[in-house]
Design a protein around this ligand. Structure first.
Ligand SMILES: [Zn+2]
Length: 167
C-alpha cells in the first residue's frame, strides 16, 4: 500500500511513496502550490529524536554481506550452464543480474561496517545532530513544529513559554 499525503489547504499531492526512506533534516516543508506548511514524515530532527542506535549495529550489515555472497554464488552456479530451457542469447542475463546485485550488497555491507568502525558514521550523525540543534534552538521553528504535531522536547519549547511569562 502506498502512502499519499495531500496539502490540507489546497489538496495538491505532496508525497507519495511505498516504502518511506528515512531522512535526517527538517520535517517542516511548504506546499509548492499554496505555501501551506506541512510535516514530511520521512524527515527526522535528530536533536528531537536522538541518534538511532540501530544504525551502529554490525550484525545487520554482516547479514547483508552473507546474503550478497549467497546471491553471487547463485549467479556463478547459473553461469555454469544450469539454465536449461532458456534461449541461448539471454542465458547470461539472469546470472549477471544476480552477480551485480550480490556484489552491490557485499560492497555496501562492507562500506557500512568500515564507516561504523572508523567513527566516520558517528561523525556524520554528530554533524547532523548539531545542525538539528541549531534549527530547534530557534524558538519560532520549534514552536511551529510542536503546533503541527511533531514531538519536540520541552527544552526547546521552554524558552518560548518562559519568555511569555517574564515580567
Ligand atoms: Zn497547498
Amino acid at each position: 500500500m502506498s502512502y499519499v499525503l495531500k496539502c490540507a489547504s489546497c489538496g495538491k499531492k505532496l508525497l507519495e511513496y511505498d516504502t518511506p526512506v528515512r531522512k535526517f533534516g527538517s520535517p517542516l516543508k511548504e506546499c509548492k502550490k499554496c505555501g501551506a506548511r506541512y510535516i514530511d514524515p520521512r524527515y527526522h530532527e535528530l536533536a528531537a529524536e536522538g541518534i538511532p542506535e540501530e544504525d551502529f549495529k554490525i550484525p545487520p550489515y554482516i547479514f547483508l554481506i552473507v546474503i550478497g555472497v549467497l546471491i553471487i554464488w547463485r549467479g556463478i552456479y547459473l553461469f555454469s550452464g544450469h539454465m536449461l530451457g532458456t534461449p541461448e542469447e539471454v542465458r547470461w542475463l539472469l546470472p549477471t543480474v544476480f552477480l551485480v546485485f550480490g556484489i552491490v550488497l557485499v560492497i555496501g555491507g562492507i562500506l557500512e561496517i568500515l564507516s561504523v568502525k572508523s567513527g566516520r558514521k558517528m561523525n556524520k550523525f554528530n554533524r547532523l545532530y548539531e545542525e538539528s540543534c541549531k534549527r530547534l534552538e530557534n524558538p519560532s521553528y520549534a514552536l511551529t513544529l510542536h503546533s503541527m504535531g511533531y514531538k519536540v522536547p520541552e527544552q526547546y519549547l521552554g524558552g518560548v513559554y518562559n519568555e511569555g511569562n517574564r515580567e
